[in-house]
Design a protein around this ligand. Sequence first.
Ligand SMILES: Nc1ncnc2c1ncn2[C@@H]1O[C@H](COP(=O)(O)OP(=O)(O)OP(=O)(O)O)[C@@H](O)[C@H]1O
Ligand SMILES: [Mg+2]
Length: 376
Amino acid sequence: MTKRKDSSIEIQTSPKESSKKSTKKRSIEVPSAKSVVLRDMGYPFRIKGDPRSAGLEIDSEELFADYAREQWMGTIVRQGLYLFDRYIMPDYAFQVLEVEPKESIISKDTKIHLESQSTVTESVSTRLITLDEVVGHDPIKRKCKLILEYLQNPSIFGEWAPRAVLFYGPPGTGKTMTAQAVANQANAKIFFAKASDLIGVHVGDGGRRISTLFDEARKNAPSIIFIDELDAIGLTRSFQSIRGDVSEVVTALLGELDHTAGTAGVVVIGATNALPLIDPAIKNRFDTVFEFALPSTEERLSILQNYSKRLPLEMEIDLQEVAKMTEGLSGRDLRDRILKESLHIAISDESSIITSEIVRGILDKIKPKSGPNYTI
Ligand SMILES: Nc1ncnc2c1ncn2[C@@H]1O[C@H](COP(=O)(O)OP(=O)(O)OP(=O)(O)O)[C@@H](O)[C@H]1O
Ligand SMILES: [Mg+2]
């Protein structure tokens, strides 16, 4: 839900000094950069099977330099620092290869070049998640299968087409995984957008980004628009008065959702942890609102069984027992906090199997949650 204020990442040398404060203070002393050479690094990480391709094609070096200068103006750069795109490809990373003078600030006179040889290769991940791998959530999977049918054959549905579905529920319950599975199985393009990245820095940016996103999706129909963290932009009116920057985005989103409803072959999937924060007008535009509940004991067992099969070491524990002891944990918790953590301990202990003591040790430390944790 938080918006990154600064597009550069720096490791703080002094924990007491906030980055904002340090940039401000140092910008007085730091000289203006004459030239900066960037290397195209790609996305920091991607969801398995994300069809966005890595590697850039620059049509105009001059335009690229202008674009880069405008968004990173005022950023202090030094060799090795990463800069993240905020507009066309949010979170796409560039590394500063060279900068003259050594530590300097990007200004309107800085010459920015992109290293000519791209070092980024296509993602090697070929394993694609399917809906069958999502444990539980049967009504949601049924609806997703219908969406798949629609995307393959939009004309059958006519005015009765599924247009938009909203996924909500606690973190780690499979919302993104399900959207990803739909995208993988549909012969359709998927446009991923993190709502917090759709909020612009300047007035008008947010609205523009939303319309670019929807325009692209309509041009590429059949397609899916997946808006994660929808609560960051779909805020109710009362919150919009606090976050003035989102009200323009809410208006733009409402308009685009209506416009898309008249276009064949475009489906919007929204996801949020905080349904109560979503503007009722936006919520209304979604045909169906699905809750992703925390897994039941049987579902926890299935999740544990499915993922433990993929562990490189054998596990010496009755998974039924683990499933019973993990009430309140999400699928992500089971995979990362139980299975992955057990594997890591076994490897650190140079054990050739994951012993029941290792797993019990972890279970003892995990306090079951008292109820669903809808983080806001
Ligand atoms: N129902 C499930 N079946 C199988 N695996 C699951 C399930 N729920 C979660 N997982 C595992 O947990 C991981 C994280 O889930 P996912 O990213 O879809 O959660 P999310 O609901 O989008 O969470 P957030 O609200 O934090 O974005 C998945 O990639 C998967 O490995
Ligand atoms: Mg998610």
